[in-house]
Design a protein around this ligand. Structure first.
Ligand code: ATP
Length: 249
């Protein structure tokens, strides 16, 4: 038996585990109530994808790993859903790629910021950014613009899972390379991303870490090649095609 009291062989195991983690996140004050709705929307897309990492999402995860390894200053952005679903996995990805972690909320409250930072520390994070909030993303209203000057503001590559479309667009306009994980291939976030990963974050973060471990000692030219050969539009088209026409059997 596992965290959700159902065996891992249960056909809806992953979905039940995800729901359980989000619910626990809300109870702990980590995830907002809107986060529950966002999760529901994601689940619908995941169901239509067959709840699996499709080949184009795997290629995107590899390109994302290459970007993180080549970056000067990579930062992983964490919101309430991400913290509830994959806290330990985010810490592992940060360690594998040398990235920093920054808490970044759509509905920012100091209590929730602190709760998420504590939760990440409980899962092994040494340093969690986002609480200083001494810089602003241009073009966004005050609360949603807040970031750390030596975190997301200064980053060249940012992983923004489940990001809201406005912020994804504003970060791209700052010239950052955005790696987005989002199950909706039509969302503004995936449409803006240099690397859109249309996959469930529960599968995707460990998959990016796996690719990063695999690429750790690769020559820079191989990493650059991995980035250059990745085609964002093709990945979005492949995901949409699978969602619209996929065989669920
Ligand atoms: P946008 O503003 O980018 O056009 P949106 O308004 O749909 O998109 P939100 O509802 O703010 O975005 O965010 C939820 C997004 O996160 C949805 O696109 C949903 O598919 C995605 N999502 C939810 N849960 C997961 C998950 N577990 N893994 C990956 N993506 C998820």
């Amino acid at each position: 038996m596992s965290e959700v009291d159902v065996p891992e062989s249960h056909p809806r195991y992953e979905s039940l585990l995800t729901r359980h983690r989000i619910e626990a996140g809300v109870e702990k004050g980590i995830t907002s109530k809107q986060g529950l709705i966002a999760q529901g929307r994601g689940e619908a897309f995941d169901y239509l994808l067959g709840e699996q990492t499709i080949p184009s999402a795997d290629r995107a995860a590899r390109a994302a790993a290459a970007h993180l390894l080549l970056a000067e200053k990579p930062v992983l952005s964490v919101n309430g859903n991400v913290a509830a679903l994959v806290p330990g996995e985010m810490v592992e990805l940060a360690e594998t790629t040398g990235a920093e972690i920054e808490v970044n909320l759509f509905n920012r409250t100091e209590t929730r910021m602190e709760a998420i930072a504590d939760h990440l520390r409980d899962h092994g994070a040494d340093e969690v950014k986002g609480l200083t909030a001494d810089a602003r993303i241009p073009g966004l209203d005050h609360e949603r613009a807040k970031v750390d000057a030596d975190g997301i503001y200064a980053a060249d590559v940012v992983l923004v899972p489940l990001e809201d479309g406005d912020r994804a667009k504003a970060l791209a306009e700052m010239g950052k390379t955005e790696l987005v994980i989002d199950l909706n291939p039509q969302s503004r976030s995936t449409q803006t991303a240099a690397v859109p990963i249309v996959d469930n974050i529960i599968r995707s973060i460990p998959n990016i870490s796996k690719h990063a471990r695999d690429l750790t000692n690769a020559p820079e030219a191989d990493l650059a090649d991995c980035i250059e050969t990745f085609d964002a539009s093709e990945a979005l088209e492949a995901a949409e095609k699978r969602i619209r026409q996929g065989d669920l059997s």
